[in-house]
Design a protein around this ligand. Structure first.
Ligand code: NAP
Length: 292
């Protein structure tokens, strides 16, 4: 195959943010400033970077953002009280609690406490159920970002064999549920693989579209990919690399060098699904502000 099409999430997200800026402007004309509150518990360095990037993107799109940083010793009742306060604030239209939360805090309880109407991450069971049933609601940002990226590059999953490697609650499972919907941008035949899958490579080899969402650095290699497939790499992994200034590099779940030459299209890491996730978060926040 020739050079694959690079599915440029960074450029696509930038385009989406500029489209959103127009929606934000229209809301402002109605006296509404969309507001996003991001709650960060503890000092996980990756979480700090994610939240900072989200806040920066908000600023670019004209969305008010607040980052609430809590110490690692924060208790579950304290965190839930804060979420309930945010639920009541009329200037906040979206609430996210950055995962992972440390200690004994039950993430499920947090998801259930965030108001369904402000659940811009799409983690509340009500919104999760809506995704499964194909009803309107907040779609989780990473699966939404994957679908939007495919759509903007005219890659239609209808009728395609899609293999999703990973059945996590925030990527693999909801993405599978979205792709099997009888709806535009979906209608795929989906196989969801996981760590107990007998032969991941065999599943991947017959796929038209492979989505890797495992958190396993470069596990998907060229020999696992059919000629002409589309490969979407959701993985974000830090691997030690003494040759770099930071001592590590960020890599996806796909071994880009061996996979790319076989593909019709592929997402890079970084610059693929990551920026799309943030764009979808902002899109959900703007939609929420327009509705409330
Ligand atoms: P997760 O909840 O831990 O799920 C990982 C899934 O991968 C599990 O279903 C696990 O199987 C499966 N898995 C692990 N090793 C495997 C193997 N060797 N073969 C087949 N399946 C395997 O993780 P997640 O939250 O979905 O995140 C997955 C990756 O996406 C991570 O790298 C994360 O950083 C990244 N991510 C990126 C974005 C973004 O915006 N780009 C957003 C969210 C997550 P079992 O269920 O059997 O354990």
């Amino acid at each position: 195959m020739g050079d694959p099409l690079i599915l440029d999430g960074k450029a696509t997200a930038k385009q989406i943010l500029s489209e959103l800026a127009a929606d934000v402007e229209a809301l402002r004309a109605r006296g509404i400033v969309p507001g996003l509150a991001a709650v960060l518990v503890g000092d996980d360095p990756a979480s700090h970077i994610y939240v900072r990037n989200k806040a920066k993107a908000c600023e670019k799109a004209g969305i008010h953002s607040e980052v609430i940083r809590l110490p690692a010793q924060t208790t579950e009742p304290e965190l839930l009280d804060l979420v309930r306060e945010l639920n009541l604030r009329p200037d906040i239209h979206g609430i996210l609690v950055q995962s992972p939360v440390p200690g004994d805090i039950d993430e499920f309880k947090v998801s259930v406490t965030v108001s369904v109407e402000k659940d811009v991450d799409g983690f509340h069971p009500d919104n999760v159920g809506r995704v499964l049933l194909g009803r309107p609601g907040f779609v989780p940002c990473t699966p939404a970002g994957v679908l939007e990226l495919l759509k903007r590059y005219d890659i239609d999953p209808a009728g395609a064999e899609v293999v999703i490697a990973g059945r996590g609650n925030i990527v693999g499972k909801p993405l599978g549920a979205l792709l099997i919907q009888k709806a535009a941008g979906a209608n795929a035949t989906v196989t969801v693989c996981h760590s107990r899958t007998r032969d991941l490579a065999a599943h991947c080899r017959r796929a038209d579209i492979v989505v890797a969402a495992m958190g396993q650095p470069e596990l998907i290699t060229g020999d696992m990919i059919r000629e002409g497939a589309v490969v979407v790499d959701v993985g974000v992994n830090r691997v030690e690399d003494p040759g770099t200034e930071k001592g590590y590099r960020v890599t996806g779940d796909v071994h880009f060098e061996s996979v790319a030459p076989r593909c019709r299209a592929i997402t890079p890491v970084p610059g693929g699904v990551g920026p799309m996730t943030i764009a979808m978060l902002l899109r959900n926040t703007v939609a929420s502000a327009g509705r409330l």
